[in-house]
Design a binder for this molecule. Sequence first.
Ligand SMILES: [Zn+2]
Length: 133
Amino acid sequence: MEDSEFSMNQVELQHFKQLIMAKKVQVSQDMEEFQRVSRSEEAQESSEDRSAYSLHMADRGTDAMEREKNMLFAQREGDYLDYLEEALQRIEAGTYGVCRTCKGAIGRARLEAVPTATQCIDCKKKEGDSSQP
Ligand SMILES: [Zn+2]
């Protein structure tokens, strides 16, 4: 077991697979809920009296901002789903838990907190890249 620090055993991989699958379900549900809510908001809006609506022109800016925020939220959740999907692929490929920069172990504690992590905490800090987990 000399390489145990770098490669995870099957039990650990299964553990993280379960963790990631559970998160995928959670994010999918969040997105469905989000889509359901934004659809019902649109329906409500279009049923409003047009003349009454035009009186509230001042509010339209905030509506647009709200919508943009929602779009960003949906985008972020979508990105996260991609990361989760990639993490599952790494589990299948046997490269899960290996830092993509230094090829060292990401570490179980970090993966537990961030199952989509592709870098160990040291490389992450050095690169200072916040776009990827
Ligand atoms: Zn590293």
